[in-house]
Design a protein around this ligand. Structure first.
Ligand code: ADP
Length: 483
């Protein structure tokens, strides 16, 4: 993969405004999922360097917090501009380490940058309240203040956007941050740090520690200087981090796994439903936490829907990111492929039919054929677990009540989708779905202007929109005697 500005390809971690190696000199390889080749080696930090990063963030906090929102916004705006000016290089870097098609990476850079732009604007509107007093002689005031030093731990499926969704609001309101990016995709995070430095982020405001996840995570959660952890990743690690954060009652934002239902009623616009299902299931080869995991189709259009979906899926171009026409890249690694295979085998053993795909792709490595399964039932593994891969299992239901029951029959509650032309039904089902987000006749719903987040075991807090800024603010009540 060619990158114009090679200074965006960093291999050291970024702590206190300096590029550093691990104290013991260790490094780890970052590989291209399309062919397994090593791109570069990156510093493998542990607890000691993480502590240094936390101290740097803490040292930078008072001056950054004391700037006006407008002053911070000016720096963040420059960061946004630089990200967009370097969109092509950043997209290439992202595809290189993550595997997604270049068109998707370009989209992620713009989507990721939008959080920095939006929160730079929004932080100027962090208003408090004057509450009508309850007694004569005193006045009641509420102000909002930045939480302080924030730790962020992010996954590999959106190597840029999952960072900016946290760093945008955190830095805009005056917090400082120590980020641990996923070990699969640290290069995008380091490039963001490089551009942040060029934009004028003061030393220590944004730190990136790459390396040993458990050790870095242990320091981030155990260190009492860190006042909040924002994590996006698997539910299992999220629960572990939540337990670790109990030690000093750290604030938490968690964006965890989902098990998104995609409900298609008999009265749906079939073209729109197929298009929505394709986009929401196969984006990033199925590796997003809002990807459809279960397609629930009413019996009257079940056969027609499956036929149309198979046709659409067979038209998807599977290729490495260098190929501009690629629509499906490789999965992140062999473990991800194993999970898809396990879900297919389990379903087929229990009576499901493979309608399309079902096997490793001829391109080899971690490429997998986009797959559609029919006659899928609630007893199969794929009903209970997030596949996180290009597998579309189609379930059958008879009426609205059954659809709602099946959709809600999971401990997860992140994204959900409903296709119907009946307005009353759209509203009823939308209200009944136990999910943080509902797409109604829409398969792609994420934007920086709306609150992204889940209920139940899918997480805590919201990212994006004016709701998301609250995750980085403390509310302070001041009672003022005026006698
Ligand atoms: P995935 O299965 O998508 O890789 P993970 O939850 O394992 O999801 O990873 C999400 C992020 O959490 C990554 O940055 C990963 O390195 C990090 N991580 C994994 N294990 C730990 C841990 N024990 N402590 C802190 N962070 C961790």
């Amino acid at each position: 993969m060619q990158i114009n500005d090679t200074s965006l390809l960093r291999h050291q971690a970024y702590v206190g405004g300096r590029w550093i190696d691990a104290e013991n000199g260790e490094r780890f390889a970052v590989t291209n999922p399309a062919d397994g080749a090593t791109i570069t080696e990156v510093a493998r930090l542990g607890a000691t360097e993480t502590r240094q990063a936390i101290d740097a963030a803490n040292a930078a906090l008072p001056a950054w917090r004391d700037r006006t929102a407008k002053e911070r916004a000016a720096v963040l705006r420059r960061w946004f501009d630089l990200i967009m000016e370097n969109q092509e290089d950043l997209a290439r870097l992202l595809s290189w380490e993550q595997g997604k098609p270049l068109t998707e990476s370009r989209g992620e850079i713009a989507y990721g940058a939008s959080f920095i732009e939006w929160y730079a604007e929004e932080a100027k509107r962090v208003y408090g309240d004057v509450i009508p007093h309850d007694k004569a002689g005193r006045r009641l005031v509420v102000i909002k203040q930045p939480i302080g030093v924030v730790a962020a731990i992010t996954p590999w499926n959106f190597p840029v956007a999952m960072i900016t969704r946290k760093a945008g609001p955190a830095l805009a309101v005056g917090c400082t941050m120590v980020l641990k990016p996923a070990s699969e995709t640290p290069l995008s995070a380091l490039a963001l740090a490089e551009l942040g430095e060029r934009a004028g982020l003061p030393a220590g405001v944004f730190n990136v520690v790459t390396g040993r996840a458990g050790e870095i995570g242990g320091e981030l959660t155990g260190n009492t200087t860190v006042r909040k952890l924002s994590f996006t990743g698997s539910t299992g690690i999220g629960k572990q981090l939540m337990a670790e954060c109990a030690g000093d009652i750290k604030k938490l934002s968690l964006e965890l796994g989902g098990n998104a239902p995609f409900i298609v009623f008999d009265d749906a616009d079939l073209d729109a439903a197929v298009e929505g299902a394709l986009a929401s299931k196969f984006r990033n080869s199925g590796q997003t936490c809002v990807c459809t995991n279960r397609i629930l189709v009413q019996e009257g259009i079940y056969t027609a829907f499956c036929e149309r979906l198979v046709e659409a899926v067979q038209g998807l171009k599977v290729a490495a990111a260098e190929d501009e026409s690629a629509e499906q890249g490789p999965l992140i690694n062999g473990k991800a492929v194993d999970k898809v295979r396990q879900h297919i085998d389990d379903a087929v053993n229990k009576g499901a039919r493979i309608l399309s795909g079902g096997d490793a792709h001829a391109l080899g490595g971690s490429f997998f054929e986009p797959t559609v399964l029919g006659d899928v039932t609630a007893e199969m593994l794929v009903a209970a677990e997030e596949t996180f891969g290009p597998l579309a299992p189609v379930f059958r239901f008879s009426d609205e009540q059954e659809a709602i029951r099946l959709a809600n029959d999971t401990p997860f509650g992140l994204a959900s989708y409903v296709y119907t032309q009946n307005l009353g039904r759209a509203w009823r089902v939308g209200e009944a779905l136990e999910y943080g987000m509902v797409g109604i006749n829409e398969g792609i719903i994420s934007t920086e202007v709306t609150p992204f987040g889940g209920i139940k075991e899918s997480g805590l807090g919201r990212e994006g929109s004016y709701y998301g800024i609250e995750d980085y603010l403390e509310v302070k009540y001041m009672c003022l005697g005026i006698r």
